[in-house]
Design a protein. Structure first.
Length: 294
């Protein structure tokens, strides 16, 4: 009886050890984030492990020419899989395998390091940047979310922020008086550019200027014309100006999906009419865009 119990105990230990050592395969493809096309000869590795396509013993080097990779006999668990390539921004992706599902297949996205910060739409060969032509009319707002001036005085080289009045006194200037700012000529004002016309189904990419350690938030608000006096937290307006402001009581959340480092896919359904799309982090606005949904 004692011998039988010993055999059973040994069998249980062997079974437990086998379960702990169960392995699987992690494989997939590396593609360009904007075009979706597979990239030739990427580098892929699993963080803090021996698994890397740069290892001499890596046996699927030919598949790398098609952007494909495969790691075999990977113990089940949670891993960070990274992908990169020369002159490309890498990506970091988490993957979890279990004894029930020891294998994983994933697509990793990276993108050219020549892509500047901003908003993009994908293209067959390269992304197209959505020019933020309204930024010079943008006022710095806090609780009001966003605001745009309706016009700017024209100056050499295009519309610029009006210069401040010269506070220096000339030799013949009367004591105690300051030079007054010249009144803007209405005929020389550059109006706020019209909003970009888009479809209601939004699908764009946002390249952030710096690393994001806290969630990126994307929202859209109806754009309405209002009095500056009602938005005293917005800086950059003058006198009794009116401006275009975000109606913060009617926000629509947009979906933000991580694609690669500092790159996010923004999707969602935009309400009809003129909209101000805001990207923010830690409660601070990173950028706004002025769209009109038909």
């Amino acid at each position: 009886m004692k011998k039988l119990l010993t055999i059973c105990a040994a069998a249980l230990v062997a079974f437990a050890m086998t379960g702990c050592e169960k392995t699987g395969t992690i494989e997939g493809e590396v593609c360009d984030a904007f075009t979706g096309k597979a990239l030739e000869m990427p580098t892929i590795w699993i963080d803090s492990t021996i698994y890397s396509t740069l290892k001499d013993k890596y046996k699927y080097k030919q598949e790398l020419r098609k952007g494909q990779f495969k790691f075999e006999k990977v113990p089940v668990g949670t891993y960070k899989v990274l992908a990169g390539r020369a002159k490309y921004i890498k990506s970091r992706n988490m993957v979890t395998t279990t004894e029930e599902n020891p294998n994983a297949k994933l697509t990793l996205y990276i993108y050219s390091d020549q892509v500047d910060p901003g908003l993009y739409i994908s293209g067959e060969d390269a992304p197209t940047k959505i020019s933020n032509q309204w930024v010079i009319w943008s006022a710095q707002c806090e609780s009001s979310i966003a605001g745009y001036r309706l016009a700017f005085p024209q100056q050499a080289g295009g519309a610029k922020v009006p210069p401040k009045a010269d506070k220096k006194k000339g030799k013949k200037a009367k004591k105690g008086k300051k030079a007054a700012a010249p009144a803007a000529d209405a005929s020389k004002m550059t109006p706020l550019p019209e909003p970009r016309v888009v479809d209601g189904k939004l699908e764009v990419f946002y390249r952030n200027a710096s690393s994001v350690t806290t969630p990126l938030i994307a929202k859209t608000y109806p754009a309405v014309i209002g009095k500056v006096a009602d938005h005293k937290d917005c800086k950059g307006f003058e006198g009794d100006e009116k401006g275009v402001f975000a109606d913060k009581n009617k926000a629509t959340d947009l979906t933000v999906t991580y694609i690669a480092e500092n790159l996010f896919k923004i999707t969602g359904n935009l309400p009809k009419g003129k909209q101000i799309i805001q990207f923010s982090q830690d409660g601070k606005t990173l950028q706004t865009y002025y769209f009109e949904v038909k």
